[in-house]
Design a protein around this ligand. Sequence first.
Ligand SMILES: Cc1ncc(C[n+]2csc(CCOP(=O)(O)OP(=O)(O)O)c2C)c(N)n1
Ligand SMILES: [Mg+2]
Length: 618
Amino acid sequence: MMIKLADYVINKFAEIGTDKIFVVYGAANGDLVDAFTRTDKTSYVAIMHEQAGGFASEGYYKTSKKLGINIVTSGPGGMNLVTPIGNCFYDSVGAIFITGQINSRFLRPDPSLRQIGFQETDIVSIVKPITKYAKLITDPNSIKFELEKAIHFASSGRPGPVLLDIPINIQKTMIDPEKQVGYEGELNETVFDENKIKLEINLLIDDLLNAERPVILVGGGVKTAGGVQKFKEVTDMLEVPVYPTWNALDIATSDLKSYCGRVGTYGGAGRNFGIQNSDLLLTIGSRVSGRITGGRVESFARNAKKIMVDVDEAQLQKHLQQVCFDKCIKSDALLFLNLLEQGLQKKDYFKVGPLKHKRWFEKAKEWKTKYDPVKPQFGKSKDAVHPYRFMRQLSEKMTSNDVLVADCGGNIVITSHAFETKFGQTFITNNGNSPMGFSFAGAIGAWFGTPEKNVVCIIGDGGFNMNIQELQTLFNYKCKVKTFILNNHIYGITKAFQETNFQGRAEACGPKGYNPPDFLKICEAYNIKTVSLKDPADSLSVIDRVLEYDGPIVCDVDIHEYHTYEPRIFGWATPIEDMYPYLDRQEFRSNLFIEPVENWENPAMPDIVNPSKDGSIE
Ligand SMILES: Cc1ncc(C[n+]2csc(CCOP(=O)(O)OP(=O)(O)O)c2C)c(N)n1
Ligand SMILES: [Mg+2]
């Protein structure tokens, strides 16, 4: 049966289950958007800005596990997608971006011409390095093949973004899909050698039994593979310290038996002593970025035998690795965990391992409790809301079914320091690209992905400014997103950066060069319910009111000019076990099973020491 190509595209998306597709209208995607009038199996969400649409589809994918889809117009429409496409590429988000393109007959015949058609842009070339696949459709009879290929690429192996650029005249063409060939090719990356993995797991179990101080570092790859439940089961039995990256805060949740704190340059609970003292490090589904290792990469887990499990062949290439892993196992994380569980049972690991590692496990737990970034004195101030205390209170109030979407800057540091996750919760942020304003639009998408859940957005004042227009989407669709603006009236993290590196010369971070508007007035103009939190005594009741409100709501949390993020690694000079504010040298030394680095007695200091409002420098 003949069908309009634009209708075929939309029907295909309905077929794969994406029930919300984010669009901003334009002439070049007009036929595609019009096709929604002829289906009731999927629908569009008209978002206010393409970038926000891309962020929303990331939130949608991360909550619903269905592919995120955007349909935008040519020229500026497509170019507004560059940041969200980058997000999806770095954070393994399965997403399809459809850009309308001008009529094929106006496309420039040669790149020496800048442009022929109005709003003509070679979007495919622009996004090539940050997509798994990008293609300009020139033959209407290839659409079945290209769409199926796009879906396959977006969702298989290490998921990621794809882009199809479809000219207006091609969208309008009548096609017979029965006569078109589909995509049947396989991606190499989806092929795993199970026997090889089993052999490697056998050796790994021997390593685990021989190790005195083993640890596991878990990254977002475990969630991508659908291995969250299995990870819990395996680590519950293993009883060795487990540490999540920021992409895995809802995998190794704070209530997990083996959870022993947070790691990295802003690692919180435990101050990195667990991972740094280890003699065996197993990482699953993490690329172990600089945010984990700090600048002194050679000092990262320096006494540990290091074993990496990843689905991405490139990550496993030793000559491409920043941290040199002793062994690299190519596997899907869920497959690995299933085989590991079988191997552990076969080898009777549980009769010996947990007992052998008991004292080490207890030590790691002790570090986690002793070095909690949320200190008792943070509750003492009567004048100002302390963001760490506020965030801990929020985490205590949120349930295991809730979704948290966090932004970037100081507010994500506070969130990852102070928010304790519960098993079952979804914790979303974009780590690889980390654009300001992600969380507000991402939370809208997360709500469309799981409208039955309580979706909470955490954002800074600067980030909120960057996608403030989406208040209109919130209103139009009555998205029940609960937004907390951690409003310090400045770009907090960058101001702290200026204090550390530029003797405090403050440029363009506020108050000089940056000032947030009155968010409450703006929200009112958009007809969005607001709450203001200024008095710390009201904090719990305000959190309750916001979480219980049955509709969109924005809470402005006044944290004055707070920008003290502790603990953290100062500069590139110190290894990650030595976090600022520095521990008394004797106490620091007593926590090391390994040798300290040279000059450990006198670690580097920032240009300006900025004590927190409670004077809580240790
Ligand atoms: C699109 C974009 N521009 C610039 C940056 C650099 N940057 C990172 S955090 C930050 C300041 C964020 O300010 P705010 O949202 O108020 O958060 P705070 O640090 O105050 O909590 C800036 C400018 C970025 N990450 N993304
Ligand atoms: Mg701010």
